[in-house]
Design a protein around this ligand. Sequence first.
Ligand code: ADP
Length: 305
Amino acid sequence: MEMIEFKHVTKDYNDNRALDDVSVKINKGDFVFLVGPSGAGKSTFIKLILKETDPDSGSIVVKGTEVTTLSNRKIPGHRRNIGIVFQDFRLLPHKTVYENVAFAMEITHQSKRAIKRNVPQALALMGISEYASKYPTELSAGEQQRVAIARAIVNKPTVLIADEPTGNLDPVTAWEIMKLLEEINARGTTIVMVTHAKDIVDRMKKRVIVIENGKIVRDEFGTYGLGGTKRASAIEPDPYMEDDYNEAVADDREDYSGRKPKNSDGEVFSRQTTEIPKKPLGEDIDEASVEDAFAKAERLLAKHD
Ligand code: ADP
C-alpha cells in the first residue's frame, strides 16, 4: 500500500524549478534515504509531504488523502500522521525530557490519560526513561536526539521524516540512532530520511532515492552512489513543525532572554546546547576507524538487548 505518492509534481519558486515532474511511490513500512546535493530539491520534497508548500502542478497523496487540495482545517490532522526529527534536535530548553515529549501530544490536544500512557512508552523505546526529569542541556547530543525521536513518535505517526538526524553526531552515536530508526521502521512506521552521510546509507542497504536538479535520477536499493564527494557543508534547519510548535518555541526563547532558566544546580542554561562538529560526519575518518566504531556500537547495543 502506498503511504506517499507523488504524481508528476512540479514546484517552482519564481523562475527557479525546485522539483521537476517528480513521480514516486513510497510504500507503507518503507525505509527510504533521500539523497542529493544541496539545492537538489530534498527539502522541497519534504515540505510538500507536510503541506508546508503546494506544488504548481501534480498530485501528492499521503495515506490515501490528496494533500494538494486539503483544507486548512484538515492540515493539523494531516501533520499528526507525520513525525519529524531534525539535525539540530530542536528541544525546548527549559522543559524536561518528559515535558518535551509530552508537549507534542499537548499541542495536538490529546487526553491526559493518553499522554501518561504514550510518553513513558516512547521514552522506554528510545532507552531514555531514566532521563525523564532532566533538561536537554544535561544530556549528550545522542541522548538529545533520542528525546527528539521520542517526541516525533509519541503520537504514533505513520510516517517519520528524519532530516539529517545524524548530522551532529559522532559515528558511534550516529549508528545507535540509525538502529533506533530501524527499530521504529520494523514496528511499521514508514521512514524518509534526508542525509548526506554516505557511510550510513551504504551500510543500511535500504532504498535510496537520489534527487538532482529537481529530478529523481536514481531510485534503487543499495548505496549512496554519488562518489562520496557531495557532503553536507552547512546546517540548513527548516521549520517543518506546526505553527503551534513554532510559536511555543518562540515563546520559550522569549522567556529565555528575559529570565534565564536555571537547572537544579542553579546553573544558567546556555543557549547552545550541543557543540556542533565543525566537519560533517564521515570527513577525515578512514574506513578502518568507521568499521571499528560501527563494531563497537553493535556490541554496545547487543549488550542492551
Ligand atoms: P535541498 O533541500 O536539496 O538542498 P531545496 O528543496 O531546499 O533543496 O531547494 C531546491 C531549489 O529550490 C534550490 O534551487 C533552492 O534555491 C530553491 N528554493 C528552495 N526554497 C526556496 C524559496 N523559499 N524561495 C526561492 N527558492 C527556493
